[in-house]
Design a binder for this molecule. Structure first.
Ligand SMILES: [Zn+2]
Ligand SMILES: [Zn+2]
Length: 149
């Protein structure tokens, strides 16, 4: 397999040996087609979601910020479908968290409009933070992908 090269272009090719059963997940998944669905998502009914979950799991291994994901590994759903879960409050990063009054932020998803509103229940304001902008961006991106038919 002399023609193989790194998908990202960095790191010298060290894949001189033939296809051996390596346990390195990144190498294994790199051989999969774009619409590949990982076994753990095989029972996810929405094919587009299953594909996106698989791709983002792989991207996370390659350095994607988990908070940039549009799918949720834990709930196996689109982020906008489970972002209201308490598990999506990350205090240390300020994600869905108001640092001013130390409470969880509410997220309102407008599916038809593809819009996302994040507000503090105490101040009824959207915190102007990087973490909030990131959350809104990820939810909007997921809405766009999920509704693109
Ligand atoms: Zn979730
Ligand atoms: Zn607040």
């Amino acid at each position: 397999m002399e023609s193989q090269h790194s998908p990202r272009g960095f790191a010298p090719a060290t894949t001189a040996e033939p296809i051996a059963p390596r346990r390195n997940r990144r190498d294994r998944l790199a051989l999969q087609p774009a619409d590949f669905v990982a076994p753990r998502f095989a029972d996810v009914a929405d094919q587009r979601l299953a594909t996106a979950l698989t791709a983002e799991d792989r991207s996370e291994e390659d350095g994607l910020d988990p908070l940039e994901r549009v799918t949720c590994r834990t709930h196996r759903r689109w982020l906008h479908d489970c972002v209201s879960s308490p598990l999506h409050v990350v205090i240390v990063t300020g994600t869905r968290w108001c640092r001013k009054c130390e409470c969880a932020l509410n997220v309102a998803i407008d599916q038809p409009a593809g819009d996302v509103a994040v507000r503090c229940p105490s101040f009824d304001e959207t915190p102007a933070t990087r973490a909030t902008r990131q959350l809104v961006r990820a939810c909007r991106a997921g809405l766009a992908i999920a509704s693109d038919r």
